[in-house]
Design a protein around this ligand. Structure first.
Ligand code: NAD
Ligand code: TDX
Length: 337
């Protein structure tokens, strides 16, 4: 199979959404490179046509494996789209080591292969690299905001972005970067905020909100993240960074209350629990550059609708999330969360 995309982390939450998006909106073929960690699952790709998608189980830090795959990609003038990462802040506070290994060494390994074979790279990053904003700050993050990450997760993502920028400048690697806000939608691991609370509610357990619940996140549906990434790959300028966001700022309390309303439960039916160490206060994205220069717009603009569809998806896919639920909750319980 001649790939036109090599997608790292394509069996995870957002990477698999991008694979489905590519199949739907292009005639291209995709090779997924995924280590299938606790967060990856081949079922995210189930049912996709085998003549267009191939899953290679392996580590992005495996230089020999990566070199072979990127050499194949170069022959087809394909694009390397880099989603693979350790992605959960709370895990990075318990054990930062896999974050350094995958997010930094893994990205370095991919960059070296892209350099050797002259392959175009798109690097997926996060708004967390900019640190956080005060709750009452009228400003939002832009492409010019200085990097100021807080956690082992966000600092290793920031480091990976800086490696990409250096490889563009020093070695002429053809790369773009996108920094997106908080995603929600199907196939997100139950360790993350929205799936954790949805599955708690489905189990008749009260949602668990850190601190006072005042922290703000800027929510975007994963489908909109995927359409933005494809747009940047097709029309973005090499060496540029694009911020992706859908004007979806909500406090954690607002999100939980929206979920309680969808599930027909009283609006105070949740628990406040131990706060996250170093908990970022607020993220907010200004995506003007992406919208004006590349003409991108989000489609899923009603958070209430997107959340209702997401709740339905978790209701219908209990067989997928149930095996992860108890172990995840045990870890949170040990941390008083
Ligand atoms: P996820 O944890 O659901 O998926 C990560 C995937 O990467 C998994 O399939 C995992 O098996 C794979 N992986 C991990 N280590 C690997 C390795 N060493 N080699 C190969 N594969 C490996 O994460 P996600 O939420 O889908 O995030 C995907 C990307 O998007 C990450 O780079 C993350 O930083 C970024 N991002 C996420 C969000 C969000 O809200 N979830 C927002 C902005 C950016
Ligand atoms: O049980 C919880 N209760 C709670 O109040 C959990 C799991 C989280 N929270 C809070 C912490 C955050 O303020 O909810 C908010 C969202 O938490 P997460 O889902 O862990 O996301 P966050 O830390 O904001 O990071 C996410 O967005 C940026 C993704 O996990 C990252 O991969 C992405 O880079």
């Amino acid at each position: 199979m001649a790939p036109t995309f090599l997608v790292t982390g394509g069996a995870g939450f957002i990477g698999s959404n991008f694979v489905r998006h590519v199949l739907e909106h292009t005639d291209d073929q995709v090779v997924v490179l995924d280590k299938l960690t606790y967060a990856g699952d081949r079922r995210t790709l189930e049912g996709l046509p085998a003549n267009r998608v191939r899953l290679v189980e392996g580590d992005i830090a495996d230089a020999a494996l990566v070199d072979g795959l990127v050499a194949d990609l170069a022959r087809d003038d394909g694009v390397l789209v880099h989603y693979a990462a350790e992605s959960h802040n709370d895990n990075s506070l318990h054990d930062p080591s896999p974050f350094v290994q995958t997010n930094l060494i893994g990205t370095f390994t991919l960059l070296e292969a892209a350099r050797r074979h002259g392959v175009r790279l798109h690097h997926i990053s996060t708004d967390e690299v900019y640190g956080d904003l005060e709750l009452d700050d009228p400003g939002r993050f832009t492409e010019a905001t200085p990097y100021n990450p807080s956690s082992p997760y966000s600092s290793t993502k920031a480091g990976s972005d800086l490696l990409v920028r250096a490889w563009v400048r020093s070695f002429g690697v053809r790369a773009t970067i996108s920094n997106c806000s908080n995603n929600y939608g199907p196939w997100q691991h139950v360790e993350k905020f929205i799936p954790r609370q949805v599955t708690n509610l489905l189990d008749g357990v009260r949602p668990r909100v850190y601190g006072a619940g005042a922290n703000v996140r800027d929510w975007i549906h994963a489908d909109d993240h995927s359409s933005a990434v494809l747009r940047i790959i097709e029309r973005g300028e090499i060496g540029e960074t694009y911020l992706i966001g859908a004007d979806g700022e909500k406090s954690n309390l607002e999100v939980v209350q929206a979920l309680l309303s969808i599930m027909g439960r009283p609006e105070d039916d949740f628990d406040l629990v131990t706060d996250r160490a170093g908990h970022d206060l607020r993220y907010a994205i200004d995506s003007t550059k992406l919208r004006t220069e590349l003409g991108w717009e989000p489609r899923s603009t009603s958070f209430a609708d997107g959340l209702t569809r997401t709740v339905e998806w978790y209701r219908e896919h209990e067989d997928w999330w149930r095996p992860h639920k108890d172990a995840t909750e045990r870890k949170y319980a040990e941390a008083g969360q």
